[in-house]
Design a protein around this ligand. Structure first.
Ligand SMILES: Cc1cc2nc3c(=O)[nH]c(=O)nc-3n(C[C@H](O)[C@H](O)[C@H](O)COP(=O)(O)O)c2cc1C
Length: 176
């Protein structure tokens, strides 16, 4: 089982990154901070003769790592009640891969969401977007762990985490 953590926060040592590393503490994994990588907005070339791909940024390199993973943990802070632009741009680019027959099928996806303002109820759109995208790409959506936190050290200071975290952790553990 190969595990990949993708941190969609611009804070490389913030709550999302900390939560992701905590979630995967017992498992060998690779971590990607999207903030480290230039990623262009997706283009929609369907009505042109241009190829549906952009090789001038880091996307294809990131997808080489993605291709090797069986279990993918997506982490994002809540930004304006949605996912961060970093994660949205990365997921938009999945359209390039989809168009070029990238094999998404069967990968298991776990979602970590961290927000300050009642994210359990106000950030449900993130789960919906990821869940439906997984269905479209034939990946298996394993669920969401949602944590309320704001300051950069909040998650690190938590002695316990909510039930959604432990439920998702159990799903990951069941794959080992
Ligand atoms: C630009 C921006 C927008 C934010 N919007 C929301 C929001 O809509 N809802 C919310 O609950 N928290 C919001 N927050 C708070 C972050 O989700 C929160 O600070 C989170 O813990 C940051 O995670 P990180 O440390 O991994 O970056 C926002 C923070 C920033 C910087």
């Amino acid at each position: 089982m190969t595990i990949l953590l993708i941190n969609g926060s611009p804070r490389k040592h913030g709550n999302t990154a900390t939560l992701g590393e905590r979630f995967l503490h017992d498992y060998p994994h690779t971590t990607i901070h999207l903030a480290d990588h230039p990623l262009h907005f997706v283009q929609d070339h369907r009505d042109t003769a241009l190829p549906q791909r952009d090789t001038t940024d880091d996307y294809e390199q990131l997808m080489t790592t993605f291709a090797q993973a069986d279990d993918i943990v997506l982490g994002t802070p809540v930004y304006w009640y949605g996912m961060t632009g970093q994660l949205k741009v990365f997921m938009d680019r999945w359209f390039d891969s989809y168009t070029n027959d990238f094999d998404f099928a069967g990968k298991r996806v776990y979602l970590l969401v961290v927000g300050a303002d009642a994210p359990q109820t106000k950030a449900l759109g993130i789960t919906q977007a990821v869940q439906h995208s997984c269905e479209w790409l034939k990946m298996t959506f394993q669920g969401t762990a949602t944590v309320t936190a704001d300051g950069p050290g909040d998650v690190a200071a938590m002695t316990d985490l909510p039930g959604s975290y432990w439920q998702l952790a159990a799903k990951l553990h069941a794959q080992v």
